[in-house]
Design a protein around this ligand. Structure first.
Ligand SMILES: [Zn+2]
Length: 434
């Protein structure tokens, strides 16, 4: 009847018959625009958290979201949420991170952020009535390269940060994370308030490069991620005695680097010995070392090691971490020197949501896309959000398994396919088709 208002209805909008198609050129152009920020030698990308380049990449994202007509919210640590409203209820989130390692690649992180942005703006342009809001998200500081502290932004959103861990975090120049935040006008004490009410998140989806060789080796296009291995990280500091390398007899030395060398070899040994108890997925690495004074004619007096142990089961990981701690103490006692073991952070491995795993798998089945059901060896923002909401991850192949390198590469067709599947999964979840 013309002129008569329809009765207010809470009925959920129905799903459109077909999914709107993403804009390939726009997705790839925006991904390129991001990768030009912080570009260096041989096409490497460096955007360390809270550096000028990283801040510029986030600024670009805010611009792109605003241009797309999304409602943009930037929280106090710098997490960015670009929201498209729907009828009501909790939102379907999708995203990743824009920060990178030193001399990293173009795809680790941005693929998931720009992929999510492309999905959300495609939904907006299609004009479909959404039953619930959808949001594209960029989490701050996913990489641990600067402060040894990974998934900073998503941990705060999930309420998983011990404020003591934040204050302990220091970068290679000795700058404390707390000082950097203060310089940006961020009061560290206020950050616990960033925890998002779980009731506002229906699901979180993350598109990411695999960063491993499995998909390419098996000729698969998509990885359906089941669980995320988690790191236990330790800073081990041996303190011996710095002396003249020419005048100090071998039996009167306290060489901290020789002690550290013993421990480095042991980390490898302990991970290998325990690999079989966890389906071959315990890995242990000493990835960074700081030697003091670090000159050719002095016995190293103090050495700091960064130890990273990961597994998809907490039991195996703890066993290796305890063994490494025990051996560090033994080595120090044998050499009559001091050792300090500072836990940087210990995380529990995380299972992703069975429902979302099913949605992503169904899409691949229906579209006849070759997929692999697999765990993730690397940590991601999804492992934090999984603690407060159902989380799922979509992997796309990494050429030769290389990441954290300028050689990191994913084919544009595979990036676009990943974004299409992300869009489809977001809509299925939004319309309750899962
Ligand atoms: Zn990443």
């Amino acid at each position: 009847m013309p002129g008569m208002a329809l009765p207010h209805s809470k009925a959920r909008p129905a799903a459109p018959a077909a999914r709107p198609a993403i804009n390939r050129e726009r997705l790839l152009a925006d991904l390129n625009a991001v990768s030009r920020i912080g570009i260096g030698d041989r096409g490497s990308v460096t955007r360390l958290v809270f550096s000028v380049t990283e801040l510029r990449s986030r600024q670009l994202l805010v611009h792109l979201m605003t241009q797309a007509g999304l409602k943009v919210h930037v929280d106090r640590i710098g997490n960015i949420f670009g929201r498209l409203e729907g009828a009501d209820g909790p939102a379907v989130l999708a995203g990743s991170h824009l920060d990178s390692v030193v001399h990293g690649g173009k795809f680790d992180g941005p693929v998931g952020v720009i992929g999510a942005l492309e999905a959300v703006r495609t939904i907006k342009e299609s004009g479909v009535a959404l039953p619930c809001p959808v949001e594209a998200v960029c989490f701050v500081g996913e990489e641990s390269s600067r402060f040894g502290f990974s998934t900073l932004g998503s941990s705060l959103v999930a309420g998983q940060v011990k404020m003591k861990d934040l204050t302990n975090a220091v970068d290679a120049r000795g700058t404390k994370l707390g000082e950097v935040l203060a310089g940006l006008g961020v009061d560290g004490d206020s950050l616990s308030g960033l925890k998002r009410d779980p009731k506002t998140i229906k699901a979180y989806l993350e598109l990411h490069i695999e960063q491993g060789p499995v998909l390419e080796a098996k000729g698969k296009k998509i990885g359906v991620v089941t669980a995320i291995a988690a790191p236990t990280r330790l800073r081990v500091i041996f303190t011996g005695q710095a002396d003249h390398s020419g005048t100090t007899p071998m039996d009167m030395r306290k060489d901290a680097l020789a002690a550290a060398a013993n421990l480095i070899a042991y980390v490898e040994q302990a991970a290998r010995e325990n690999a079989s108890m966890d389906k071959g997925r315990v890995v242990g690495t000493v990835g960074a070392i700081k030697v003091d004074p670090g000159v050719i004619n002095a016995i190293p007096g103090k050495v700091e090691l960064a130890v990273d142990i990961r597994s998809v089961t907490g039991k195996a990981k703890d066993r290796v971490a305890r063994a490494v701690e025990g051996r560090a103490k033994e080595i120090a006692a044998e050499r009559d020197m001091k050792v300090d073991i500072l836990p940087i952070r210990s995380e529990e491995p995380v299972d992703l949501d069975a429902g979302l795993i099913g949605v992503i798998r169904d899409i691949c089945e229906e579209k006849k896309i070759a997929y692999e059901v697999m765990p993730s060896g690397a940590g991601h923002d999804a492992m934090q959000i999984a603690k407060i909401a159902p989380a799922g991850m979509i992997f796309i192949p990494s050429k030769k398994g290389i990441s954290h390198s300028p050689l990191e590469w994913t084919d544009p067709d595979e990036i676009c396919l990943g974004a299409e599947i992300l869009l489809d999964a977001m809509m299925r979840v939004a319309y309750g088709e899962n």
